[in-house]
Design a protein around this ligand. Sequence first.
Ligand SMILES: C[S@@+](CC[C@H](N)C(=O)[O-])C[C@H]1O[C@@H](n2cnc3c(N)ncnc32)[C@H](O)[C@@H]1O
Length: 287
Amino acid sequence: MKNPTLKDIISTATARLSKAGVDSPALSAQLLAEKVFGLDRLGLIMEMGRAVDIEAAARFEVLVQRRAAGEPVAYILGIKGFYGLDFKVGPGVLIPRPETEEMVEKVQDSFDRNAEFFFADFGTGSGILAVTVAVLFPSARGIALDLSPEAMTLARENAVQHGVADRVQFVRADFNKPVLAMESMDLIMANPPYLSEAELQEVSFEVSQFEPVSALVGGAVGDEDIRASVPLIAGALKKGGTVFMEIGYLQGRAARDIFESCAEFSGSVDVLADLSGHDRIVVAKKK
Ligand SMILES: C[S@@+](CC[C@H](N)C(=O)[O-])C[C@H]1O[C@@H](n2cnc3c(N)ncnc32)[C@H](O)[C@@H]1O
């Protein structure tokens, strides 16, 4: 019997993943094939007619089975792109989302490339915000906080990978406690857990079953970490310092009220929309 081609096994996998009801079945099958066969997107297209040996087909099949069970592609590949950089990711750490890239754009609009400044990243996860900002601003230094040991390990590895480990300190700590020195930061970036418990029931099972609840849910109505961290952020920022915080698309009004009720931010709070037009980032300047 003739060995199947790459095209054959990818279309069989796509049909199987569609039946399993996972997101983006065709793209998932292609990305898994790229990993197993060591090809990039163009290489995959060029090699579609290539006959696949039994051993490689079996390795591909193992990954397709994991994907069919709902495991996100990023965890299977162990990597996710963010702002043009590759970040290691794994179970226990949130998979970076494209909307978070918009915060980096806002930071780029706020500082000159060669500016010397201190920043903090509240809930660093895989380290995307701290590491990307350190890469983009070679004279900036930062501190990245997270409670999760898995996050600490991966974020440090990502900082080493991108050559910024000497400028970013990773500290396993609760960002809802006063761990930073008062008035020490020019910039604080935060992407706290902000889903409500009800919203967790509505997200796809690929998210709720595989990504850490501690990275997703911010208490019963989703705003616990926003409420708890804003006064600490106000204390840790220098006068004139800026905070960018990612929020849920329904939290614009509540988050604005929380920031406005903090005397240091009152009158200098804005809620920015993401590319889909949803409220997404609170920006506030300390008076
Ligand atoms: C929404 S994820 C953001 C991860 C990453 N910054 C990103 O944008 O992909 C929130 C992160 O905050 C961490 N976290 C949750 N509560 C925390 C707390 N009280 N103190 C420190 N880290 C916390 C979680 O472990 C998780 O890594």
